[in-house]
Design a protein around this ligand. Structure first.
Ligand SMILES: [Zn+2]
Length: 59
């Protein structure tokens, strides 16, 4: 197994650990049915459509 030649500096170790707690804004795509912004691979919160059919009943 490969072994690192040099110990990472405190700064570099902290830089790497700092990647994990960052929170990202969710991505949004437009609904093909009503053009309401929705998250990809989720049922549309506005019209309840998914994959071209009514997946969740709306009032
Ligand atoms: Zn929709």
């Amino acid at each position: 197994m490969a072994v690192p030649k040099r110990r990472k500096t405190r700064s570099k170790a902290r830089m790497r650990r700092a990647q994990n707690w960052r929170l990202e804004a969710p991505t949004f795509a437009s609904c093909p049915q009503c053009h309401h912004p929705k998250q990809p691979h989720r049922v549309c919160p506005n019209c309840g459509y998914y994959a071209g059919r009514q997946a969740v009943p709306t009032e």
